[in-house]
Design a protein around this ligand. Structure first.
Ligand code: NAP
Ligand code: ZN
Length: 360
């Protein structure tokens, strides 16, 4: 076991602050990674503030972060996929049972015995797992991804969650080429959804509550933008969509979006608001519409997504920040003020511990 510098929150109302965590020494199948960038996902914020207390209560102190990119520093004796110096990515998962039907189908994200990158029981050290707001992490090689060498690393980090979470449901829906596809919410997930839908050849329409994001939505690849608070604009598109990806992180009227679907249209929820919402039966039964959900993606699919991004030169649009700005970034995330993902330059953590005279 060794000690690593990190940032953690001590309670649902505490700011994130310097903290020292234990990391295990490599087992024979482990890869140790020096973290270079870590994206800030809205799920980090939900967890830090214990907003999902009824489903996944937060254990404190929490070290969030599951959009990790870095460089391999050490590998265990039986590691075959990586060597020191390689680029590596880690997303929301660091382990699963490898035996359940979901694991066998490459759907480790649905394994009932999965280990999440943070706030999951830690099989090795006890306590809970600690995420990527840290200088390093040790992960079983089966959960470590290869990162294409041609991409900007700060923009790659968010692919490990925002990327796969939007790529996977669009791929699963079928061939969206030429289909009318809506992306609701232009934040971290939403802007990746736009990029993928565009790359897959869909007619892409963004629903946003922020009129100031319209030009960016078009630049990112949208064909049209609907200001969702404008009833007239919404009405014009009613009943016309094949597929809609809903990425909203807060309470909203899902029926307004269900009514946008055409026959057999589907809304897939990836946004995870804290409170349940009311679904009108009529919004579903007229038009045989469906509402479903999707959780990140499996490991093989995450590698497929990264390779796709390497080939098509796709990364997240990021605002790179030092870790010292993380609390400010959280406040901006709540206000939908991020263009379009914060990516933490983890080298700032080294500077932090020096100027602050060491971690707690
Ligand atoms: P984000 O960057 O904060 O983006 C969310 C966007 O939703 C905002 O930019 C905003 O877009 C819109 N929005 C926010 N509040 C709204 C409101 N009250 N009404 C209408 N629209 C609102 O968040 P994110 O990181 O993309 O994450 C989005 C959600 O997905 C979170 O709940 C997160 O936990 C969840 N998530 C799920 C998975 C999964 O596997 N299913 C994976 C990762 C994240 P506009 O300004 O354009 O309106
Ligand atoms: Zn995430």
């Amino acid at each position: 076991m060794y000690k690593a510098k990190a940032y953690s929150a001590a309670s649902a109302t505490s700011p994130l602050a310097p903290f020292t965590i234990p990391r295990r020494d490599n087992t024979e199948s482990d890869v140790q990674i020096e973290i270079l960038f870590c994206g800030i996902c809205h799920s980090d914020l939900h967890s830090v503030r214990n907003e999902w207390s009824s489903i996944m209560p937060t254990v404190y102190p929490i070290v969030p972060g599951h959009e990790i990119v870095g460089r391999v520093t050490k590998v265990g004796s039986k590691v075959t996929k990586f060597k020191p110096g390689d680029l590596a990515g880690v997303g929301c998962l660091v382990d699963s049972d490898h035996t359940c039907p979901n694991c066998k189908d490459g759907l480790e994200q649905l394994c009932p015995n999965q280990t999440l990158t943070f706030n999951s029981p830690d099989k090795h050290l006890g306590g809970v797992t600690y995420g990527g707001y840290s200088e390093s992490i040790v992960v079983d090689e089966r959960f470590v991804l290869h990162v294409p060498s041609n991409l900007n690393l700060a923009g790659v980090a968010p692919l490990l969650c925002a990327g796969i979470t939007t790529y996977s449901p669009m791929r699963r829906w079928g061939n969206i080429t030429g289909k009318k596809v809506g992306v609701v919410g232009l934040g971290g997930l939403g802007h990746m959804g736009v990029k993928f839908a565009r790359a897959f050849g869909a007619h892409v329409v963004v629903f946003t509550t922020s009129p100031g994001k319209k030009a960016d939505a078009l630049r990112l690849g949208a064909d049209e933008v609907i200001i969702s608070t404008n009833a007239g604009e919404m009405q014009k598109h009613a009943g016309s969509f094949d597929f809609i990806l809903d990425t909203i992180a807060a309470e909203h009227d899902i029926n307004a979006y269900l009514n946008m679907l055409g026959r057999d249209g589907n809304i897939t929820l990836v946004g995870a608001p804290e409170k349940p919402f009311a679904v009108s039966a009529f919004s579903l039964i007229f038009g045989r519409r469906s509402l479903s959900g999707s959780l990140i993606g499996g490991i093989a699919e995450t590698q497929e997504m990264l390779d796709f991004c390497g080939k098509h030169d796709i990364t997240a649009d990021v605002e790179v920040i030092p870790i010292q700005k993380v609390n400010e970034a959280y406040e901006r995330l709540v206000k939908s003020d991020v263009k379009y993902r914060f990516s933490i330059d983890m080298t700032s953590l080294k500077a932090a511990s020096q100027s602050e005279g060491g971690n707690k």
